[in-house]
Every structure is written in C-alpha cells, then in structure tokens.
Write a protein that binds this ligand. Structure first.
Ligand code: 2AM
Length: 185
C-alpha cells in the first residue's frame, strides 16, 4: 500500500483555501488544483509499504503522538516549488514556522528511521499543495495572481491529531483513506 503521514486541515481553513483555489482554477485549467479532501500538511511520505510495516508505523505514531502536545498551526502566504521559479511544479500555501511542528516531524522521522524506514534527505518545508502544474501554458498569469496572496493570512487551527493515510492512485487522481488517527497528548 502507498502511504503517508500528515496533519489534516481543519474544515474552516479548508473552506478558505477552497475559495482561493476556486478563483485561481477558473483562470487556469492547466494546473491540477487540490480538492478539499486532499488538503493536508504532509509530515512524512512513506510510499509503498507492506501490511506488516503499516502496523509498525501505527505503533510508532502512537508512541510519538503521546510525547507531543497540541499546538497552533498558522497558514500564511503562498509560494512555489522550486521557489521563485517561472516554471514551477507545485503551487502552495505555507505553514508558519513553529518549533513544535519541526520537533513533531523530526521525531516521526527518527522513530521511523529506527524501524528501518529511509530518512527524507530533503529539508522539511511545511506546505499545503494548492495545485500541481500539468502544463506551463498561461502559468505566468497564475503566478502573478498567486503572488497577490504571498502574505495572506488564511488563519489558524489547532494541530491535535496526526493522521496515517493510504493513497490510492486512480485515473481521476489520488484518493486518500485514513488508516489511523493519533491524538497529541
Ligand atoms: P505534497 O505534500 O507536496 O502535496 C501524498 O502523496 C502526499 O505526500 C502528498 O501531499 C505529497 O506531496 C506528499 N509527498 C511527499 N513526497 C512525495 C513523493 N515523493 N511522491 C508522492 N507524494 C509525495
């Protein structure tokens, strides 16, 4: 199964992000825009793992979640991957830097590394993917519009739960199923 670990976005924030996506998507169908079901902050992408490994992940998340307290998560501003590119792959909204978030993500990495899961070699850039660029056609107009939201405050949510997701790839895009939810202590 193809899996990842994330913090799901709170419904009020999803609504605000959906309004921006609606505006941007009307202007550019060459981007695969995110739906509300796919709005999350990915903490760790695991990719293809076995059922037995999934059980190990569940135990690891249970342990890590028990060692962290809930915290405030702010969604602010927009940007692209690669940063500042005129031909980006991903358009995103950013999460405000937060020590508790960095610590939670790092501990998930460490706990899973101890169980033999490969560590991510790229730095952690907490973001919410808004869209993935399929074709750079008309992208400059979209980038200019996105730039207008560079400092926009979408709002805050309480990060209280870590979610273990399965991602099933379908011709219509990825479908996410919850494999487990772990409350921060
Ligand atoms: P994202 O966080 O930039 O949206 C499920 O695919 C989630 O895991 C997505 O939200 C996705 O990107 C994230 N992810 C991180 N690394 C990935 C990779 N190498 N392949 C697919 N998805 C990845």
């Amino acid at each position: 199964m193809r899996t990842f670990i994330a913090i799901d976005l709170d419904p009020a924030l999803k609504e605000r992000v959906a309004l921006l996506v609606q505006k941007l998507s009307r202007a550019n169908p060459n981007v695969k825009w995110i739906g509300s079901d796919s709005m999350h902050l990915t903490l760790k992408f695991l990719g293809e793992i076995s059922e037995a490994q999934a059980e190990e992940v569940k135990a690891a998340l249970q342990a890590v979640a028990g060692r962290h307290h809930p915290f405030e998560l702010g969604l602010k501003g927009t940007g692209t991957f690669p940063p500042g590119s005129r031909n980006p792959r991903v358009l995103w909204a950013g999460f405000e830097p937060r020590e508790e978030l960095t610590a939670l993500q790092a501990e998930i990495e460490d706990e899973l590394a101890r169980k033999g899961f490969p560590k991510e070699d790229r730095p952690f850039h907490p973001h919410l993917t808004l869209g993935r660029v399929k074709s750079s056609l008309d992208i400059q107009k979209t980038l200019l519009e996105l730039e207008g939201w560079k400092e926009f405050e979408f709002g805050y949510m309480g990060a209280k739960t870590v979610t273990f997701f399965e991602s099933t790839l379908t011709p219509e895009g990825a479908r996410y199923t919850v494999l487990g939810e772990y409350q921060l202590a």
